[in-house]
Write a protein that binds this ligand. Structure first.
Ligand code: WT7
Length: 655
């Protein structure tokens, strides 16, 4: 448990400045503690009050929480609302001319979209979807470039009660097909191409390939947004251009009034088994989670210029681009490109240009920008910044300090936000005007979030000891089920080990002597590569699907920039390849995985063996594989190994 000891040495405390604290939406630890006390005293009353304050209801709810069918909890179940109404219509009077989105394209072109513009775009597109026969409850897959149209498409679905499933534009045809099929989507929305870092990716052609893989019979129409001038290769009766679809559509569209528990969207994420899980989120509780965290964690103020650098393909892009900031009426930057194009000062020059006040990014981006140009922020005027945030993985104290000093000028609190696709919104994070921060710790649970660290039996562990991170009470923005698989939902998140009473996050963590939480890593077969979740099983299944491969085992290895990198141990059907042969096959397998899942899942390292280290009962000893990948001494007991000689071979075979 070396990692625990080393992080515990990090005891520097960074309290908010007086100025920040005084102006903050939650001011000082007194403010934080008062909210926690309220939540402890009357849990339902606490959330009910927030839901009335931050959400506009068509019909107010009379009941806050229904636990009858736990763990299938219901929040605000008789309340009626529409999320798109909350993000657009309710701002029109006071903020119709306020900029909702400052869109910066990959090539630097900037488009400002006001709340009224966005409202019109969403209504027209919503009417377009309706004209295709999309109705409340239908699933719509969105496979688009990150930009105004992706947000418009999500909002339009929310407006008419269709359930969107956004598939990250970096995923392959196979991954897209699996998601279309699992959700039985009626419509797919894509673009001819994406443009990132000066390079294009043919999304329409990948969509065509997904369709040709079969199992997509549910799809009745494919809407294609024209992002570039290049014409798609194929065009058939299923296809319709976005611009043709909205042609002549009315600029008003009455929102579909939804029950708070109606699904808002599904988003697929990786788990311990090969099949991605369709995480289903609700309308009312989810939206409340985004709003309360915009207020508390991002300390939202009317004049902020907020920028979250995520892509809408991930939960961060859902909660903190498509819904959170729009719901609260913010002006936000939406950036199509990558942090390193045209050079590694792109983020800093954009912060300067758009006078960004609130900046939310990932540790992996921070680490790569330090490496590519740690001095670059100093060449820009970053004085508009007042708050910084990180998400996706633990941030190492060195990167934290650089972010704090060089980017934030030692003036901006950093909110290190722990949460997950399943939690819908931030769960553990400092309230920036309250909690003094510590580099590398996500600090304290938000008021109303009952986080705990427990052992195998569910008993809380003492400070300094590692354990399993759990949430012991339901919260409004929690996952409702896994699409089409309620049993898996129950087994995965509310396991019988804890009598089905605790939400098991899948992370290990410990608390320090101040009660601050430190996330240590995943406890399941899930990797965190550049803040993206990848199941080792998914990559293994992809490898084994290659005709050359007999067997594969995938593990993670610590990586300076990506957090973790992917190491694949592969046994071929033919003899173990060596030299140039091995290199050629490794390259082929990397391309294969990119094609099967997406570039993000490509193994960084491949090791060929005659076989894999297995116990006599046939279980692959992954712990050994992790040690070999790290180049570490093998300390584990190898006496139960069927074939100990294999370890030497694998140690020497990295490609
Ligand atoms: C997993 C969830 C939440 C949006 C991005 C990822 C890790 C997330 C932190 C953090 C340490 C973190 C956890 C978690 N994680 N944020 N601030 N500190 N670890 O969403 O793909 O659902 O992944 O990311 O391991 O379980 P996701």
């Amino acid at each position: 448990m070396g990692t625990i000891d080393s992080v515990l040495k990090e005891n520097r405390l960074f309290p908010p400045t007086d100025d920040f604290r005084v102006k903050a939406n939650v001011s000082g630890m007194d403010g934080y503690n008062a909210l926690c006390d309220k939540a402890n005293a009357d849990y339902a009353g606490f959330w009910g009050e927030l839901a009335r304050e931050l959400v506009s209801w068509k019909t107010p709810f009379t009941k806050v929480l229904n636990e009858d069918n736990a763990p299938f909890f219901k929040w605000f179940e008789d309340g009626v609302l529409n999320v798109s109404y909350n993000c657009l219509d309710r701002h029109l009077d006071a903020r119709g001319d306020k900029t909702a989105i400052i869109f910066e394209a990959d090539d630097g072109a900037v488009t400002n979209v006001t709340y009224r513009d966005l409202y019109t775009r969403v209504c027209q597109f919503a009417n377009g979807l309706k004209s295709l026969g999309v109705q409340k409850g239908d699933r719509v897959v969105i496979y688009m470039p990150h930009g105004v149209e992706a947000v418009t498409a999500m909002q339009a679905c929310a407006r008419i009660g269709a359930i969107h499933s956004v598939v990250f534009g970096g995923f392959s045809a196979g991954a897209l097909r699996d998601r279309i099929q699992d959700a039985a989507a009626k419509v797919v929305i894509t673009a001819n191409e994406t443009v990132r870092g000066g390079k294009t990716t043919p999304l329409k052609a990948i969509t065509d390939e997904a369709m040709s893989l079969g199992g997509c019979d549910s799809v009745q129409k494919i809407v294609v947004f024209q992002r570039t001038q290049n014409a798609p290769e194929k065009w058939d009766a299923l296809n319709i251009w976005w611009h043709d679809l909205i042609q002549g559509q009315a600029s008003e569209c009455e929102p579909e009034w939804m029950s708070a528990e109606d699904p808002l969207f599904i988003l697929y994420t990786s788990g311990s088994t090969g099949k991605p899980k369709g995480i289903q989120h609700s309308t009312g509780g989810y939206f409340l989670g985004t709003q309360v965290t915009m207020k508390w964690v991002f300390d939202y103020k009317e004049n902020d210029v907020y920028w979250c650098t995520a892509d809408v393909g991930w939960i961060t892009g859902h909660s903190y681009i498509a819904y959170g900031p729009l719901g609260i009426g913010a002006t936000q930057v939406v950036f199509e490109g990558v942090p390193t194009y045209p050079d590694a000062s792109r983020f800093w020059s954009m912060i300067e240009k758009h006078k960004v006040t609130t900046f939310y990014t990932a540790p992996t981006a921070i680490r790569s920008l330090i490496k590519l140009g740690g001095d670059l922020p100093k060449k820009h005027d970053l004085s508009s910044l007042r708050l910084l945030g990180t998400v996706g993985e633990p941030i190492n104290p060195e990167a934290w300090m650089w972010y704090y000093e060089v980017v934030g000028g030692s003036r901006c609190p950093i909110v290190d936000t722990w949460w997950q696709t399943e939690t819908g919104a931030n769960m553990i994070a400092p309230l920036p005007g309250a909690a003094p921060t510590k580099p590398g710790s996500c600090t304290l649970p938000l008021p109303g979030i009952m986080a705990d660290i427990v052992d195998e039996s569910g008993a809380p562990v003492e400070a300094g000891k590692g354990g399993f991170l759990v949430i012991s009470k339901p919260w409004p923005s929690m996952v409702r089920t896994i699409w089409g698989d309620p049993d898996r939902f129950k087994k995965t998140y509310f396991p019988e080990d804890y009598n089905g009473k605790l939400y098991l996050a899948g992370d290990s963590a410990h608390r320090d002597e101040n009660g601050y939480i430190w996330i240590m890593g995943r406890i399941d077969d899930v990797l965190n590569v550049s803040g993206h979740r990848l199941g080792t099983m998914e990559i293994e299944s992809a490898l084994v699907a290659n005709p050359l491969v007999a067997e594969a085992a995938v593990v993670g290895k610590p990586h300076d920039i990506k957090g973790e990198s992917v190491v694949a141990y592969v046994v071929l059907k033919n003899a173990r390849p060596e030299g140039d042969d091995a290199k050629r096959i490794a390259k082929e397998l990397r391309e294969w995985v990119a094609h099967e899942i997406g570039k993000i899942a490509q193994p960084d390292e491949i090791r060929f063996g005659d076989n894999l280290p297995k116990t006599r009962s046939g279980k692959i000893m992954r712990r050994l594989l992790r040690d070999i990948a790290k180049g570490a001494e093998i300390t584990a007991d190898t006496s139960t190994l069927e074939n100990p000689a294999i370890l030497d071979q694998l140690r020497q075979s990295a490609i």
